[in-house]
Design a protein around this ligand. Structure first.
Ligand code: UDP
Ligand code: MG
Length: 315
């Protein structure tokens, strides 16, 4: 099955305070897509930007109404929700996601499409050479490692948003109604023929990353708790090991009490053990809280985002 030129391509771009990058993005993205000689639409989701991003998007829509669509959120819901809103509204059969800050060069899009044409239903980009801080790079290597061990999601680079998908995968993502999700991983779970290609990665053109340390931690918690119960199971196993250890300790103490008489030494050792076990309990409560929180969000089934206005394509 090959994507003929008649097949509509949807390009999805989340935008949050990117006024400094949008002009360059427009100048580089549109020529690449025009040169493809296939029908396409670009959907920008303005994720509650506080700067002039929406004005720039509106101007771009006025300049290229044939292919430009804009979804405007009333507030900031995060990158993945912005992409989700575009997924729920797009019309294409082949879909590409990328960042607005030009860390994903638009010139790489044809590479992904070539893989889709070959027959893959999901093509992930992996960054050949990352241009992020050392901390980001190593933190993401660590999370990659945890994810590989606890889920059966196999991808070289989960953090790269430059990806292409066939429509059925997007439909499955939309139907799953996921909350706090990690789109590359979710897409992978629905794919039957995933592929990967190496892509360039540049430094952010302007501005700073929208991910604070806290947001990154949240995102990675979501990645793990959204896809696997392994942390709960590991915790239970650890708790069982602790119980076995405690039982042993009780037996030793009982033996000493009976055969050696009353002793008061080792009180501080006992404190150490008690504090350690208390902190383990607290981690357990937090962990359960993560899952209960997720369950709460799903059960509450409140609207996940609100679109305050939309600019559609015009012939
Ligand atoms: N983004 C968004 N909402 C947010 C944070 C980010 O739509 O709350 C967009 C942002 O405009 C960019 C992409 O998501 O297009 C990636 O964000 P960023 O460059 O800050 O992340 P990083 O590259 O550091 O992972
Ligand atoms: Mg970026």
């Amino acid at each position: 099955m090959s994507a003929a030129p008649t097949v509509l391509l949807s390009v999805v771009i989340p935008v949050f305070n990117e006024e400094a990058n949008l002009p360059t993005l427009f100048a580089r993205l549109y020529p690449v897509l025009d040169a493809l000689q296939r029908r396409y639409e670009i959907i920008f989701t303005n994720d509650g930007s506080a700067d002039r991003s929406f004005e720039l998007l509106r101007a771009q829509h006025a300049a290229r109404p044939d292919v430009t669509r804009v979804i405007d959120f009333n507030a900031n819901y995060g990158q993945h929700m912005a992409i989700m809103a575009a997924f729920e509204n797009l019309r294409g059969e082949v879909i590409v996601t990328l960042d607005a800050d030009l860390q994903n060069p638009p010139e790489e899009i044809p590479k992904l499409l070539a893989q889709i044409d070959v027959g893959y239903d999901y093509v992930g980009g992996f960054r050949l050479k990352r241009h992020d801080s050392l901390f980001r790079t190593y933190a993401s290597k660590f999370v990659n490692f945890v994810r590989r061990r606890t889920t059966n999601i196999e991808m070289t680079d989960q953090g790269c948003m430059l990806r292409a998908y066939r429509r059925p995968i997007i439909d499955a993502i939309v139907r799953s109604g996921a909350i706090n999700t990690f789109i590359p991983a979710l897409a992978y779970t629905f794919s039957s023929h995933p592929g990967e290609v190496g892509v360039q990665h540049d430094e952010r053109l302007a501005g700073v990353s929208n991910y604070s340390f806290y947001k990154l931690i949240r995102l990675n918690f979501d990645l793990i708790t959204g896809f696997t119960l392994a942390p709960l199971q590991l915790f239970t196993m650890f708790a069982m090991a602790c119980s076995a250890g405690s039982l042993l300790l009780v037996l030793v103490l009982a033996y000493r009490r009976l055969f050696l008489g009353a002793e008061a030494e080792g009180v501080f050792t006992l404190f150490g053990i008690v504090f350690f076990l208390l902190s383990v309990c607290m981690v357990g409560i937090g962990l359960i809280g993560e899952y209960v929180g997720r369950t709460y969000l799903v059960v509450r089934s409140r609207q996940r985002y609100f679109i305050s206005r939309q600019l559609d394509t015009k012939e």
